[in-house]
Design a protein around this ligand. Structure first.
Ligand code: E4P
Length: 217
């Protein structure tokens, strides 16, 4: 499963990229606002840090407006994935952009039927929002299971990009289901490393190593 980080914070992106664990980045208007930076400049900076797909979201709601914004965004770098909302206008834009060879991430997906529509529109990525789904009394992981089943039934190439990830359990369940990508806040990626027995084990090995009086170098 690929790991994307869901942020426009370039310090976090650099740190995770240095770990060699980052396959891409997703941003949205909320994350760009949080960064306090100019949208196009921050996206350009991110594209220079991570060679994998970097999602940049349009804000127009009509096809012509989305196309105009996508024209600007896709010129920023070759690894831009244009993010469009799951609406008729968004999917029309998706079809046009992907047939021109541009990666498209269809966002704000909350049902398996919506995911089916996005795949039929040729989406590169579909972003089902598991956290927001759970928040509203639905089962986010059930949505991922349904989309996996449908995409496998018809051998769709669209990659399932699990979004709105809130816990390491979302990551674990996504991997078990066979989602293609999980996009996570930096804190969740860091959280995946944590285990109390790993910390305890390091502590006891170092205590015993000191007793040997040896050094490796
Ligand atoms: C990513 O592409 C989405 O915009 C993001 O994961 C949404 O996450 P949130 O529900 O925590 O805002």
């Amino acid at each position: 499963m690929k790991f994307f980080v869901d942020t426009a914070d370039t310090a976090d992106i650099r740190e995770l990229a240095e770990l060699g664990l980052l396959d891409g980045v997703t941003t949205n208007p909320t994350l760009v606002a949080k960064s306090g930076k100019d949208f196009k400049e921050v996206v350009k900076e991110i594209c220079g840090i991570v060679p994998g797909p970097v999602s940049a979201e349009v804000v127009a709601l009509d096809h012509a407006g989305m196309m105009r914004e996508a024209e600007v965004l896709r010129k920023i770098a070759n690894n831009i994935a244009i993010k469009v909302p799951l609406t008729p206008e968004g999917l029309k834009t998706c079809r046009k952009l992907t047939s021109d060879g541009t990666m498209v991430n269809v966002t704000l997906c909350f049902s398996a039927n919506q995911a089916l529509l996005a795949a039929k529109a040729g989406a590169t990525f579909i972003s089902p929002f598991v956290g927001r789904h759970d928040d509203n009394g639905f089962d986010g992981m059930e949505l991922i299971r349904d989309i996996r089943l449908i995409y496998d039934n018809y051998a769709f190439d669209t990659q399932i990009l699990v979004a709105s990830v809130r816990t390491p359990i979302h990551v674990l369940e996504s991997a078990k289901i066979g989602a293609d990508v999980a996009t996570m806040p930096a804190a969740i990626i860091r959280g995946l490393f944590k285990h109390v027995l790993t910390d305890k084990g390091i502590e006891s090995f170092l205590t015993d190593w000191k007793k040997t009086g040896q050094s490796i170098i």
